[in-house]
Design a protein around this ligand. Structure first.
Ligand code: PEP
Ligand code: MN
Length: 363
């Protein structure tokens, strides 16, 4: 994907891009009142609202349909905020373009389906409109990239990705697991592509939104999409995760916006000294790791010669116990130590398995 234009550039604003509004447009009054109050914070750049709601289970509010677009258009007229909504098929695209929607987004349940994404992309051929693509519900980076590529191939130049977390069977503090690594990998592969975080759908609970928003900005994400509602508890969808415009204003003003880099010379010099120290330590770690694996290889050979199994549970338990205690004493996180040991042990077993299964050359 070459030549991606940014949404912040298109909106002519400095990052972070802030998009807010209700999960769903419910009534004309609710849409316009929410829009007016979030516009009054002076911190929001675009108004969001779902018109067609893809619900996981039937019987939930499925959106206002086409009439809702008129409410969004009226809210835009009142506040001057550009408007954005979710589209899942060609009919949604056609109705949205007709109503003057400024930015479209593809939802998580649509991104998983290449047929639907292709239908949306085909209906956008020759149309110059920014499109944002939410990550698929499952943690599949290729599917996310595939959807962006389909739109880009159809001629969409102004694009962003929206990180809204990933579904999981296990229930933790988040509605959707953030799995930040996937978003970081996307950013590494496409540095020009802006990623907007959706802390509302990650959190599923309004109390976590400030924390997730700050984390997203600290990971250099380009903006936030936060659901807001004049009366969140009475919302027809996603009630628990929506915030009032007043709370939204507070979350936004409490955010610490750090810059991705600075021209300050002292900062640059100090950083490069620290980075040199990291480089030296990384070299040492890698050399030690290589030496450790060579010993594993020898152990593998020795076990093979003596017909002994690779896995020695007692030894492994002893390693974990002693290393965890040592690292704890040195102020390191226990979870990190365990993850690291697991990785090293896994590789060590691989190395020994290779030795074990090598066919001896017969002379
Ligand atoms: C939404 O933005 O309201 C929505 C349905 O989100 P997602 O596609 O992330 O589930
Ligand atoms: Mn929602």
């Amino acid at each position: 994907m070459k030549g991606i234009n940014t949404i912040s550039g298109w909106l002519k604003i400095d990052k972070p891009i802030i998009i807010s509004g209700p999960c769903s447009a419910e009534t004309e009054e609710q849409t316009i009142a929410t829009a007016k109050q979030i516009a009054a914070t002076g911190k929001v750049h675009a108004l969001r609202a779902g018109i067609w709601k893809p619900r996981t289970r039937p019987g939930q509010y499925e959106g206002a349909g086409d009439i809702g677009l008129q409410w969004l258009a009226a809210a835009k007229k009142e506040t001057g905020l550009p408007i954005t909504t979710e589209v899942a098929n060609a009919a949604h695209v056609e109705a949205s373009l007709k109503a003057g929607v400024d930015i479209l987004w593809v939802g998580a349940r649509t991104t998983v389906n290449p047929f639907s994404v292709q239908e949306v992309a085909d209906s956008l051929k020759g149309v110059d409109i920014p499109v944002m693509v939410k990550n698929p519900v499952n943690p599949d980076l290729e599917l996310w990239i595939g959807a962006l590529e389909r739109l880009h191939k159809a001629g969409i130049k102004t694009m962003a990705a929206i990180h809204r977390g990933f579904s999981s069977f296990e229930k933790g503090p988040f509605r959707n697991l953030p799995m930040w690594d996937l978003a970081i990998e996307l950013k590494t592969r496409f540095p020009e592509l802006e990623i907007i975080c959706d802390p509302s759908h990650i959190s599923g609970n309004r109390d976590l939104i400030a924390f997730v928003s700050q984390k997203a900005l600290d990971l250099d994400m380009a903006g936030l999409m936060i659901e807001s509602h004049i009366n969140p508890d009475a919302a027809w969808s996603d009630a628990k995760q929506q915030v009032t415009p007043a709370v939204l204003g507070k979350i936004l003003s409490d955010l610490v916006v750090r810059q991705a880099s600075t021209d300050n010379k002292t900062f640059k010099d100090t950083l490069s000294i620290l980075r040199e120290q990291i480089d030296t330590l990384d070299d040492e770690i890698m050399q030690k790791m290589s030496a450790r694996m060579k010993i594993s290889e020898k152990i593998g050979q020795y076990k093979k010669d003596n017909n002994v199994t690779i896995l020695q549970v007692n030894r492994w338990e002893e390693i974990v116990k002693t290393r965890v205690a040592l690292c704890k004493a040195m102020g390191m996180d226990e979870g990190f130590t365990r993850d690291l040991l697991r990785l090293i042990h896994h590789e060590s077993i691989q190395v020994q398995t290779k030795v074990m299964n090598q066919v001896e050359e017969r002379v």
